[in-house]
Design a protein around this ligand. Sequence first.
Ligand SMILES: Cc1cc2nc3c(=O)[nH]c(=O)nc-3n(C[C@H](O)[C@H](O)[C@H](O)COP(=O)(O)O)c2cc1C
Length: 309
Amino acid sequence: MTAVIDPRTLRSAFGSFLTGVTVVTANDPEGQPIGFTANSFTSVSLDPALLLVCLAKRSSNFAALTSAKGFAVNILAEDQEAVSNTFARPSEDRFATVGWRNGPYGSPVLDGAATWFDCAMHEVIDAGDHAILVGAIKAFEDAGTNGLGYARGAYVKPGTLGDAVAAAAQGEAVVGAVVERDSMILLLGPDEGPLTLPEAPIGEANDPQALRAFLFRTTGLPTHVGFVYSVYENRATRRQHIVYRCDAGLGDPATGRFFPLASAPLDRIADSPTRDLVRRFAAESALGNFSVYFGNEASGRTHPVGRKA
Ligand SMILES: Cc1cc2nc3c(=O)[nH]c(=O)nc-3n(C[C@H](O)[C@H](O)[C@H](O)COP(=O)(O)O)c2cc1C
């Protein structure tokens, strides 16, 4: 339990809530499309049809979004992780890399979204370092595809979990672990030679508890085993790999060492799917840890937030 509320710890605690990922869009006063990644979306009311999303006061588009006549919420599909990253990072033109058009009520709706809702601004409610945008849904379209998930700073894909089950059923699978601690990743191997992730045959780590026991046996580290991070087939060995995300507790590993994610020695990871996986993990972890979501510093700017009719 923590009685003193430290914003950083609070942000992590909020992160245990598994959410979907959306991109919220609108038009600025010049008619240019604007948008940002948000997982604070919530359905609110069926009749009238209302939804909400929370916007940080320090968003570069705060003034434009809170005064817009409407906004759209695009629920991202499982394969739109890159879109989420684009709309969560500073960029000259976030809309250059994704297909979009204006929805019936006028806000940009993104190609490939699992669902979009085009809304009129119903109410803007001041709430601490965020504002709550309540939208009155004017039109929506549901493509019927799976949504992208997000928990504890990482993406979660329902399809990947299904793939893991299928891979495990085929038998020819190994279970790997991306073990993280303080923005560092555990890699195994000699001081100078090639590095790998900790890996066990499926028989030794067929569920998270068994993987946890395997990691403790081999590295001596206590770990918390999170979600499946990746499932892939190594074409060279024809083996399925199921890789979990794990957080390590304190202590020196009995084997291998921790490398900073920001400068992970990718050139020493001989296996190319593993190299790609570590590269992706490093990029996402930076976003998860350092993204401004849930703004844990006091906002330097204060904007008057009014109520709209
Ligand atoms: C998965 C994810 C969810 C996010 N959810 C929100 C959110 O609900 N509200 C928010 O204000 N920022 C959220 N962010 C952070 C913004 O997307 C990010 O700060 C973005 O750069 C803001 O852009 P802007 O300043 O141009 O508006 C989230 C980021 C990620 C990666």
